[in-house]
Every structure is written in C-alpha cells, then in structure tokens.
Design a protein around this ligand. Sequence first.
Ligand code: DC
Length: 214
Amino acid sequence: MTPSVNVVAIDGPAGAGKSTIARELARVLNLPYLDTGAMYRGITCAVLRKGVNPIDDAAVSQLALATQLEISEDGLLVDGVDATVDIRGEAVTRAVSSVAANSEVRRDLRERQRSWVALRGGGVVEGRDIATVVFPDARLKVFLTASPLVRAQRRVAQIGGDVEQIALDIAERDHKDSTRSDSPLRESENAILVDTSDRSIEDVVKQIVEVFHG
Ligand code: DC
C-alpha cells in the first residue's frame, strides 16, 4: 500500500474555497487535514522576521531548511513561536509567491508534506501542486475553482478591504503561481473539477464524499 492511498488532494487558486471545503471534508472522512499553503506562509514569516529578502533565493532556501514548522489544528508555530495570525497578514501574503517559487523551498516542503501524511496514514491535503506533484497517486484529486468576483468577495469577507483591489491582488498571485517554472498551479488530468461559485459548502462536500466512496 502506498502512503498516498488515503490522500485526498485539493488544489485550486486563492479564494476557490479550498480551506473551508478541505477542513469540512477531513472532518467528514475522519482524515487529518494539511494546509500546505500555511507551510509556504510559515517559511515566508521566518524570512520576514529575519529580514531576508524574499527574492534572494540562496538566502531564502538556506533559512527554509533551518526553519522548524509545527502544524496543528490550532495553528502554526514557526521555530516555536506562534505565527497563526502573522501568516494571514498582508506582509506575508505579499511575499509568499516569491518564496513559493523557490525550487529548494519547494523540494524541502514537499518532503515535509509527504512525511506528515505518511506518519498519519493519509489526509486531506490542500495546496496548488498536491495532485500534480506531491501526491500524484492520491486516491482522489479535486480541483476547486470559482469566478474571480466570487473569489475576491470571499477574501473581503475574510480579511476586509476593497473588492476591486483584492481582485487585482488575487489575479497577480494567480499569475505568479500558474506561470512559475517549478510545479505551477495546474489542474491534474484525472482531477474532478468543481466550480464552487454558486454552491453551498455542504453541497460541494457531499459531492466530493460521494466520489471518494464511489
Ligand atoms: O493557499 P494559500 O493562499 O495559503 O497559499 C499561499 C501561497 O503559497 C500561494 O501563493 C501559493 C503557494 N502555495 C504553493 O505554491 N504550493 C502549495 N502546495 C500551496 C501553496
């Protein structure tokens, strides 16, 4: 049995509903939940704390390898210091795409993600490259999407701000995430595509659970 057999891979752009749906799915399927975006954000938090330039690839990857991340249901510790709030802040959000484009960082986090899941015997894992790169043999692959307007409105509901500005920020981050050379955001060939724009969380989770048990 491969470690990925009990993995549900959830990929998609920002604001597609990944976290909400992945959390609920994990609860219903009784599987651990891993937010890999929080790991990239955690490394970015360490980068900013140490005053390292996010686009200095060598310095960022060296720091990433030395940074301890402890992920739990309650939040994230970066080198033992709570970063649960900081990783959702503006500074981290602005810098994270550069850190996530760093191949050494990706290689390191990929290994940590695989170990995390192997240790627990499976999980609902959300990110951008989970079905395509991290767990290509996942039991179920889901690509979540939503219209740009809905995605911006959801972000505003979470963190406040102006819908038009947030829509521009999201578009910029999407562009960076989808065009980077290392594991860009891309729909996996055998993923089910789910547009969450006009659907309730319950409805989407129900559909995915049915396919999982299918
Ligand atoms: O899902 P999120 O917004 O918390 O992700 C933060 C950033 O990390 C985003 O720019 C995409 C990147 N990311 C990635 O490149 N690969 C992943 N598996 C998860 C997130």
